[in-house]
Ligand binder design. Structure first.
Ligand code: GUN
Length: 303
């Protein structure tokens, strides 16, 4: 059997088209467009390339986008003052501070300074709490887990009553996606197990999964014999395992490998995400979706 490929690159295009239409409707109704500010401190090359892509994609869907670059040696007080400025700016509905931050800045303090109603990353403790409560309380589901859930739903995979096994317990992926899949509601209602480095029988748990979500950061961790035939496999791993020369650009690019042995797994799974081109493209897409929703709430004064 060859699994159905769940392509993030295709789903991204669908969602970005939907967002573009909704931006036009918001503009028509309120004479304003969603506003996103991306604050980048320093020049970490990975961060620069993430932020560049975020800005480009935000502009493509018609957002007001501010790329606010700050020097590496900005003081914590100045960064907090900058966040406060955007918290008070009515044309801005989403504030993103690109991580990691330089060592002299307290990351927790900075993230906690963002107005929870503009925290489109969903990293503020208030939003983590809202996610835990579920239902109408949720304002900003964190972007990668939101992308995973959207992919599962759009691939037509049944989640209600499904055994979901999440490999990895990070605050950014493992814990929130487990929490989202266990909630009442569409795209959820699952029975969820989180497994991690101290789990005794990793293979045994994975074998039970109707939906296997792997966010361990270990290339090729999940072997094909760990996969239940017909299961849906979501591979969140983006591991750099080497470099190659791109045929397109002639430049050096990273060779990426997921946490799942893809070539063998696709012969057993019912549906599977590739790496690259799977979960990766969904993160920025859901960031823009969160910003759109925030704009809608602020402009209708519901916040
Ligand atoms: N750095 C790498 N990924 C992310 C992300 O999703 N959000 C923020 N704020 N920083 C990041």
């Amino acid at each position: 059997m060859t699994a159905k490929l769940i392509k993030g690159t295709d789903i991204r295009e669908e969602i970005l088209d939907e967002i573009t239409k909704e931006v036009a409707e918001i503009k028509e109704k309120y004479n304003q467009v969603p506003g996103l500010v991306t604050i980048l401190v320093g020049e970490n090359p990975a961060s620069v390339s993430y932020v560049t892509l975020k800005v480009k994609t935000a502009e493509r869907v018609g957002f007001k986008e501010i790329q606010d670059n700050q020097p590496e040696d900005i003081s914590e007080a100045d960064l907090l003052a900058l966040i406060d400025k955007y918290n008070k700016d009515d044309s801005i509905h989403g504030i993103l501070v690109q991580l990691p931050l330089p060592k002299h800045v307290d990351e927790k303090k900075v993230l906690n300074a963002i107005d929870p109603d503009k925290d489109v990353d969903g990293f503020h403790p208030v939003n983590v709490g809202r996610l835990m409560i579920g239902g109408d309380e949720v304002k900003f589901p964190p972007c990668t887990p939101a992308g995973i859930q959207e992919m599962i739903v759009r691939a037509g995979v049944e989640t209600s009553g499904a055994e979901v096994v999440v490999v990895g317990r990070s605050n950014i992926v493992g814990k929130p996606i487990a929490n989202m899949m266990v909630q009442k509601g569409p795209g959820a209602n699952s029975t969820v197990t989180i497994v991690h480095t101290r789990t005794k029988d990793l293979e045994g748990h994975c074998k039970r999964a109707d939906i296997l979500i792997v966010a361990a950061g270990v290339p090729g961790l999940v072997k094909p014999e760990w996969i239940k035939p017909g299961a849906c496999v979501i591979d969140v791993g983006v591991n750099r395992v080497g470099e190659k020369i791109s045929e397109k650009t002639g430049r050096k690019v990273a060779i990426l490998r997921g946490d799942v042995d893809f070539d063998a797994a696709k012969e057993i799974a019912g549906a599977i995400t590739p790496v690259p081109g799977g979960v990766g493209p969904m993160t920025i897409t859901m960031l823009l979706f969160n910003t759109l929703e925030s704009a809608r709430r602020h402009l209708s004064a519901g916040v």
